[in-house]
Design a protein. Sequence first.
Length: 85
Amino acid sequence: MKRFVYEIRDQLGIHARPAGLLAKEARKYESRITIAARGKSADATRLMTVMGMAVKCKDQVTVTCEGEDEETACRELQAFFEANL
């Protein structure tokens, strides 16, 4: 299992557009990808569940990757967060 913590910088938090991009990105990997923040967690491939977490700017999220390609998934998702959120 690999994980990283990231502070959301997008002024609107994880709203529809970045949540959709995140779900699409997470589907590329065989590993199970979860995102956790403010006492809630969600499967990162599920758009509505991620949006339902209502993650705001400055919230810290923990992204966990668990599975065959967890090393690659964690590294690439961290780059995704830095570029998009």
